[in-house]
Design a protein around this ligand. Structure first.
Ligand SMILES: [Zn+2]
Length: 356
């Protein structure tokens, strides 16, 4: 009888563990998207997705050496589960290489994708794709993306860093990284716009020399790119990891430009919607929405004729204000409360390694 009780207890525990570990994780990072940015979305953006979340936490975004993080150290904490110094990507303060979540899921024969609206060599995506001393080494980051040859789908901007000067890029070493990736079996799409694609093989898609134009001026959304990415990555029966970044929310805030901010925030909401729509149907996908840090921090004080709230900016720089974390799906409850940024990264990695 005792043995039976023990067996039933272990069976119960194992089902709990199995329930908590999602097959897929979609991590959506709003660069610079502090609590005030989320508040503006909730108050006035028509396609706001944040109200859908029931599981919410707060994150301390400090880096290893500074109270106020930059995007490189901020994204490294999520990508590797370790804090580093500002400016560094995928390495610890002493220079030691840190394995990132893309490398971990690829070892498990899962799929991995990165979708952004800046250059794919910019700080946030680069934390998931490279290991360099300085975020400024964007030509080296492009080369590491080619050499690592592991990520299944990369969509964003950045021909400047993949093409030599004579082909319209900015590489002075004459290397054509896009072509090298083709030779490794990638489909390489270089275009001025993104159109929804049914990807069937590993793909590098670059749709602008550096960052995309403002979201309002694009004829596609981050949601369109996210949908294509999920459709492709979810074909892998072992599961997938996808990082999506609303890269330019931060830039709207750094310019204290309300219209720019709203344009990017609406665009980011379109990506959250695609992730949630998929996760609701799939039931085995964890969706996490957060920021690498707050930027600008504003106090909302009025509503304009356009139906959007207005505010007074506190700053045009990054701040150390806590940011919000919104989670949905299996494992979502692990991300409530106040947590450090590197702990979020560790939890993501532990979920894939089934350590809960
Ligand atoms: Zn940032």
């Amino acid at each position: 009888m005792k043995k039976l009780n023990l067996f039933l207890f272990l069976f119960f525990v194992s089902t709990l563990v199995a329930k908590q570990n999602p097959k897929n994780i979609i991590l959506l990072i709003g660069d610079g998207m502090g609590i005030s940015a989320v508040s503006a979305s909730v108050h006035s953006i028509q396609n706001d997705q944040f109200k859908k979340f029931k599981s919410i936490g707060l994150v301390n975004t400090c880096s290893a050496d500074k109270l106020v993080t930059d995007s490189a150290a901020g994204a490294t904490a999520y990508a590797t589960g370790f804090r580093t110094n500002n400016g560094k990507l995928g390495i610890d303060p002493s220079g030691k290489k840190l394995e990132n979540i893309v490398e971990i899921v690829k070892r498990k024969n899962m799929s991995a994708g990165v979708v952004v609206t800046c250059s794919v060599t910019n700080a946030t995506p680069a934390a998931f794709l490279s290991h360099v001393e300085s975020r400024k080494s964007e030509f080296e980051i492009a080369e590491q993306i080619y050499k690592n040859n592991n990520v299944d789908l990369i969509l964003g901007a950045g021909t400047d860093f993949f093409l030599p000067k004579n082909l319209g890029g900015k590489r002075k070493d004459g290397k054509n990284i896009a072509d090298s990736m083709k030779q490794k079996g990638y489909q390489v799409i270089i275009d001025t716009t993104f159109s929804i694609k049914n990807f069937t093989k590993k793909t590098l898609g670059l749709f602008s020399p550096n960052a995309f134009v403002y979201a309002d001026k694009r004829n596609f959304t981050l949601g369109d790119m996210t949908k294509s990415a999920i459709d492709y990555l979810s074909k892998n029966k072992n599961g997938f990891f996808l990082m999506v970044e609303g890269s330019q929310i931060d830039w709207g805030e750094e310019h204290n430009d309300r219209n720019y901010f709203y344009s990017e925030m609406k665009d980011f909401n379109s990506a959250i919607k695609e992730a949630l729509d998929f996760a609701e149907k799939d039931k085995n996908t964890l969706v996490i929405v957060l920021a690498d840090h707050d930027t600008g921090s504003f106090g909302i004080n009025s509503k304009n004729d356009d139906g959007l709230v207005d505010w007074t900016w506190a700053s045009n720089k990054h701040t150390a204000n806590l940011i919000g974390l919104f989670s949905f799906g299996p494992g979502a409850e692990l991300f409530t409360g106040i947590q450090n940024n590197f702990e979020v990264g560790r939890k993501l990695i532990n979920l894939f390694q089934k350590k809960f």
